[in-house]
Design a protein around this ligand. Structure first.
Ligand code: UDP
Length: 332
């Protein structure tokens, strides 16, 4: 199989590249390195089955050639990370909507199957926990930048499903819940790499709000396996699937767990949302997926629990720390 992964140098995209290569696929990626990083794919650059293009999916001629070369497309390129989204809403909306429009219209010319990575953020302020794929999406006010991400991804979903209904382009929509693992940086606000780096450096662990908000974290390896199975499943076409863990933890308990597992001396501090993001910021109090649909369809069940996830992230960042120390010693 010849696979195109947009956003292939990102955190999830690079793990998906690894897994597709491992099963013998030929992998093409396109990434503009806006939130992705070449470091994520450096280990693949000399692999005979791996081809990378550093460019934007908005560059039509380049994207068109890649789409033509491949059998299927995982569309992961998007603006991600709450911090980035709140700071750059124009970039977020344009990247997410235009990128998806571009990929779907190109794929449609030769009817290449597209899997669109969407997000649990689309459930917005819904209180119907656990979230089911057929539940209502509850958007916040348009004056709050955060919801531009949810809306832009919801438009992506509508478009993908419309291409299937109207034009018979095979598409699958996957709503990813909080996904974590090695290579994820805390740069765009993601909580686990942020806490782990703070704990390893014995700096204060910054819990936003009162810390009672909860999330469910899934290991990237489990998520990547589900993406591949959903792509391969003919019966998944034209449908939406939740993919994530349903093991829930409050952010304050997460901070305590990270501190304990790293033997850190960090203090845990509460930071008001207004200070952390922007005035009037609205968080989702709980975000728990109902994963029974993916479980029934592809047997999806996360294998790595929260402690296992934290250990892989701690190991990754401990390695990075010693690498950083080695390179600064060498520079001296
Ligand atoms: N969070 C936190 N401290 C941080 C970063 C994030 O307390 O340094 C909180 C954030 O407010 C949210 C949760 O952790 O309630 C998860 O944040 P993340 O950005 O990882 O993902 P989200 O689920 O919000 O998309």
């Amino acid at each position: 199989m010849r696979v195109l992964i947009t956003g292939g140098a990102g955190f999830i995209g690079s793990h998906l590249s690894d897994a597709c290569l491992e099963r013998g696929d030929e992998v093409f990626i396109i990434d503009d390195l806006s939130t992705g990083s070449f470091e994520n794919i450096r280990h693949l650059k000399d692999h005979a089955g791996f081809h990378y293009t550093i460019d934007s999916v908005h560059n039509q001629p380049v994207a068109a050639e890649l789409v033509d070369q491949c059998d299927v497309i995982f569309h992961l390129a998007a603006a991600v990370g709450v911090k980035l989204i709140v700071e750059s809403p124009v970039h977020t909306i344009e990247t997410n909507v235009r990128g998806t429009e571009c990929i779907l219209s190109l794929a449609n010319k030769k009817k290449k199957k597209v899997l669109i990575a969407s997000t649990s953020e689309v459930y917005g302020l819904s209180t119907q926990v656990p979230f089911r794929e057929d539940g209502n999406l509850v958007m916040g006010a348009t004056t709050k930048g955060r919801w531009s991400y949810a809306c832009s991804k919801a438009i992506d979903e509508f478009l993908a499903l419309a291409y299937w209904r109207e034009k018979k382009l095979p598409t699958v929509v996957v709503r990813l819940f909080n996904t974590v693992g090695p290579r994820q940086t805390g740069q765009y606000g993601m909580v686990i790499p942020t806490f782990v780096k703070q704990a390893l450096a014995n700096r204060p662990i910054t819990v936003y709000g009162d810390g009672n908000q909860s999330r469910c974290f899934c290991h990237v390896g489990d998520v990547v396996g589900a993406l591949m199975k959903l792509m391969d499943d003919e019966r998944a076409v034209g449908q939406v699937f939740n993919v994530g863990s349903n093991q829930e933890i409050s952010i304050i308990d997460l901070a305590k767990k990270v501190k304990e597992l790293t033997n850190s001396e960090s203090e845990i501090v509460l930071v008001p949302y207004d200070e952390a993001y922007e005035e009037g910021f609205e968080d989702m109090p709980r975000r728990v997926p109902d994963i029974s649909k993916s479980n029934k369809q592809i047997g999806f069940a996360p294998k790595i629990d929260l402690e296992g996830i934290l250990r892989t992230v701690i190991e990754f960042h401990s390695g990075q720390n010693s690498q950083d120390k080695r390179s600064s010693a060498a520079e001296r």
